[in-house]
Write a protein that binds this ligand. Structure first.
Ligand SMILES: [Zn+2]
Length: 207
């Protein structure tokens, strides 16, 4: 027999799945909702539902969006000769908050990591190839800025991207750059401050 009602246990279980949240913290969060006089639990449930129903991935960059093509991809103010490849949507937020970049993005969905069983096939490389071809139609040269994290996996993914486009790089139709190492190895892009990101972007080098 369980001490807690099953419905409470179910929520604790769900909260425990969140990154950085263990069962104890999850239980504290659940008790917060149980005690809340403002129907906070209902509001949380409604907003999660709303997100689940209305948020999708942009067809072009795969960032989270409430439209088929997101505001960044459809903006005439963004330079479509530059595309910044990041691991996750959170990295796009880091760049956008720092307001140092005026090009487009592509969210890869992770990095190649043999240790975690993630191969190139699990990531959006095919979509990336398609997106770059689209951009090449309207530009003489497209710059691909590889902004995967400065980790072993991030580097492996960067060289994979380089190999993918080696022919175009030789022809000069694609330029591939990598963020400068102002970012400490193993650091997460999403936590980088504005100045660090600005320097990393300005000091990017060819690969
Ligand atoms: Zn987009």
């Amino acid at each position: 027999m369980s001490v807690l009602p099953q419905s409470v246990e179910k929520v604790i279980n769900e909260f425990s799945k969140l990154p950085g949240v263990g069962p104890k913290t999850a239980a504290r969060m659940v008790y917060h909702y149980l005690r809340s006089p403002n129907h906070d639990a209902k509001k949380l449930a409604d907003s999660l539902n709303d997100m689940d129903e209305n948020v999708m991935f942009c067809d072009k960059c795969f960032n989270v969006s409430d439209k088929k093509v997101c505001d960044i991809c459809s903006s005439p103010l963004r330079k479509n000769s530059k595309i910044c490849i990041v691991e996750e949507s959170l990295d796009v937020i880091a760049f956008e908050n720092s307001a140092v970049y005026d090009g487009l993005y592509f969210v890869l969905g992770g990095v190649i990591s043999p240790a975690e069983g993630i191969s190139a096939d699990d990531l959006r490389f095919k979509d990336l190839k398609k997106r770059i071809s689209e951009l090449m139609e309207s530009n003489e040269q497209v710059e691909i800025i590889v902004a995967t994290n400065p980790s072993l996996e991030g580097e492996a993914s960067a060289s994979y991207i380089h190999d993918m486009f080696s022919k175009e790089v030789k022809e000069g139709t694609i330029l591939i750059t990598r963020l400068a190492m102002g970012l400490p190895t193993g650091a997460d892009l999403e936590y980088a401050d504005r100045l660090t990101l600005k320097r990393a972007l300005e000091g990017r080098r060819n690969i």
